[in-house]
Design a protein around this ligand. Sequence first.
Ligand code: G6P
Length: 363
Amino acid sequence: QAAQKGGYKHFMLKEIFEQPKVIRDCLAGRIDHASGAVRLPEIEALPVPGRLVIVACGTSSYAGLWGKQIIEKLARVPVDVCIASEFRYADPILAPGDQVLVVSQSGETADTLAGLRLARERGVPVIGLCNVVGSSVDREADFVLHTQAGPEISVASTKAMCSQMVMLLLLALRYADAKGLLSREDRAACIEGVQAMPKLLDDHLPFMRDTAQRLARTYSEATSFLYLGRGPAWPLALEGALKLKEISYIHAEGYPAGEMKHGPIALIDPKFPTFAIALADELFGKVKSNLIEVQARGGRIIALTNPGLDLEVDHPWVLPQVFWPLAGFTALPALQLFAYEIADYLGKDVDQPRNLAKSVTVE
Ligand code: G6P
């Protein structure tokens, strides 16, 4: 096993550091050199959906929520994200023109598979987005897009989410192209930005880990965390909170920052820290004012942010600035590393957290 871990203490850490390669592998062959067109031949036969219904569980559902934000903004295709265990019993309304996208790393999650089968019974085209070739999702979906994350061993999913995000971004670009929606500049910024992401992350991951290690020591006594973000950063806040609770057993909840005033704000005191995602996008000012509310109640704050932003918090964690649809690719490893370093510092079994399974194949 030590050899398989490639010198890393845990599979989770190794898999976090594999994300630059995962992005490279997911992009391989996907962008036409000459025309810059996005190539997704697996779904070429499908028109742009009238509505895309994403069905998934756990981390894959958060990738789906992120995808919704990106697809709706870039391509103006309506996207609904359904938790598979709800979708399967909801008698879901599926209309002509809808397509279902089932997102699953393992391709074996029982609820997700039940959702896939239900959608197929209803005659809706089902696309599987999965990592494991030969899995049930791979075999049963009408169309399949593979993520190129490679085997993911750690129970807590990391690189699989990154790979799902790459594929969802490509899907957004394909839809936007088909509808002629993106300006030449924005399109180039997306494509060049995602192609440059592996190198950017390779350069920054070691620094991110140092920061995560320092912050983990500072915050390891917290018993509960609030994760906040808006827009595409909201699903990342959900994922950051999920990672923390999965492997460190510290309670955490992810919230859309603007919704904080409708509940979680009552919890804020000096012992209840906030982990915010406050990156340079059109919602920065809104997130900032939410954080001022946290500070007014004595709450300590860690904030992922970008250079030059006017934000005064206890622990600003400055990430390189990228074009807005790509910011998730920089925030995700920071969130993962923070959870990892706290869990490791507390001596938890990072790769095999209690009560969790890599793939939940029973209901
Ligand atoms: C389990 C795993 C999670 C994963 C979820 C969905 O709960 O512990 O890491 O996100 O299943 O798995 P899937 O293979 O369908 O993406």
